[in-house]
Design a protein. Structure first.
Length: 442
């Protein structure tokens, strides 16, 4: 085998030529013009980078694989990427940290209220499903609000405990609040839901789903009151009284092999009225990977020990099996959280100030929503790939810029059999109409 020789070229080449697709979509949405009117903090210096560039470049770094501020240096020195997005110069990672430090609690409320409202104004859908969830993000420095709380993966480690709202129908993040690590799951639920509804002004919530961390009388009463109550399905904590109700029930309907459902009305102490409970049990010997929990009151009982149980309180009047199947689709929210953490670095862009960290996290949510929109209107496939898959199959294409007269041309190094496919995506990235129509359920 002949020895390979080393040489260099003066031609400026980017490994991220596929990001031209995102640039075209953002241009179609008038992204820079839109965010410039959102009362972003001023730089205070004529030498500072424009806030619109910092936000867009921050998202660009996230899309290209950065999951902490230092990783922004990867795109900083990419001159072709700079010209694709039309920047005079690229900001270094400290510029983002300094800018996010200008955000305080009032600024966050004002900016992200406008940001989420602008984004969802671009989408035409209604009567949608909201999934509420929380997650734990471990911290390793001295960030404000980092406290010891429930942390299943790093017990005893300081953390933040953000609260999130997802729109299941179009796979978007509707809201995100950063909270201290010792906050309980449902802490400040009412304020968070009201803030979410404000950000979705003009759209109707047809269903709210949540796990057992949100099972409380106050939350149920809040969802039921008012002129327009919000239908809900919420998982029930298996307290001893609930376990006795499950063990005492005798009439079960079989849905499939090893799966049975039932419903009943149950009034917990202090409720003041009975509410509908959907009960599910799955036979472990038939379905060894079944979700749910065993009844701890009867650990050695052959009858109860071979089942895993789940219980859900709901205001829906649909058949019990249908309610359970609707709730099971909420598991997609867990997939969204995993992608936000591992592909978008949602838990890694930390600044010492609490409000600055919350600002960075919400801009990650914007990056996620825009990428989700790209997947649905440009790729428009039945299976939506993760960002990691798109990064290596679509965005990481070597390319360079040339000029022919006044026209700038992006030259990509792409196999012949993939060129027609990419040209189709290139055309679709600017051919959609706003607002975008979504079906009720995807």
């Amino acid at each position: 085998m002949k020895e390979i020789q080393l040489s260099f070229t003066e031609k400026e080449i980017t490994p991220w030529g596929g990001m031209g697709l995102m640039r075209r979509m953002l241009s179609k949405m008038d992204f820079r013009e839109s965010i410039s009117g959102m009362s972003l903090p001023d730089q205070g210096s004529n030498r500072g980078y424009a806030p619109e560039q910092l936000i867009e470049q921050f998202m660009l770094g996230v899309w290209c694989g950065a999951n902490r501020f230092e990783h922004m240096e990867v795109t900083r020195h990419d001159d072709v990427l700079r010209r694709i997005f039309g920047y005079k110069r690229m900001a270094g990672h400290k510029a983002f940290m300094r800018y996010f430090s200008k955000f305080d609690q009032g600024t966050n409320q004002r900016v992200f209220q406008a940001m989420y409202m602008w984004f969802f104004d671009q989408l035409r859908f209604d009567n949608f499903t909201v999934d509420m969830d929380s997650t734990v993000m471990s911290r390793y420095g001295q960030q404000e609000g980092a406290r010891r709380g429930y942390n299943p993966h790093k017990p005893g480690r300081n953390s933040h405990h953000p609260l999130l709202a997802f729109i299941a129908d179009c796979r978007m993040v509707a809201n995100c609040w950063l909270r201290s690590g010792d906050a309980y799951t449902s802490n400040n639920f009412q304020g968070f839901l009201e803030d979410t509804l404000d950000k979705l002004t003009g759209k109707k919530v047809g269903l709210l789903r949540a796990d057992s961390g949100f099972y409380s009388r106050e939350i149920l009463e809040y969802l039921e009151r008012g002129e327009r109550p919000i239908p809900y399905i919420i998982a029930v904590r298996l307290y001893p009284a609930i376990q006795r109700m499950l063990s005492g029930h005798r009439q079960w309907i079989q849905l499939g092999d090893g799966v049975e459902v039932a419903d009943s009305y149950y009034e917990s102490p202090g409720w003041g009225k009975a509410r509908r409970m959907i009960m599910v049990r799955q036979k472990i010997s038939v379905r060894p990977k079944a979700t749910g929990k065993s009844l701890r009151l009867f650990p050695d009982d052959d009858l109860y020990g071979d089942y895993r149980y789940g219980c859900f309180v709901t205001s829906l009047e649909l058949p019990a099996g249908v309610v359970w199947k609707i709730y099971r689709m909420r598991a997609d929210a867990e997939n969204r959280i995993k992608e936000l953490k591992y592909d978008f670095g949602a838990g890694s862009f930390n600044v010492r100030q609490f409000s600055a960290t919350e600002a960075a996290m919400n801009f990650v949510m914007l990056a996620y929503n825009l990428m989700s929109l790209f997947r649905q209107i440009v790729l428009s496939g039945k299976v939506q790939p993760t960002l990691k898959t798109m990064r290596y199959k679509l965005f990481s294409i070597a390319g360079y810029l040339t000029k022919e007269g006044s026209a700038r041309i992006l030259k990509l190094s792409l196999a012949m059999k993939r060129r027609e496919w990419f040209t189709g995506l290139w055309n679709k990235s600017r051919s959609f109409d706003l607002p975008i129509q979504f079906a009720s359920h995807l």
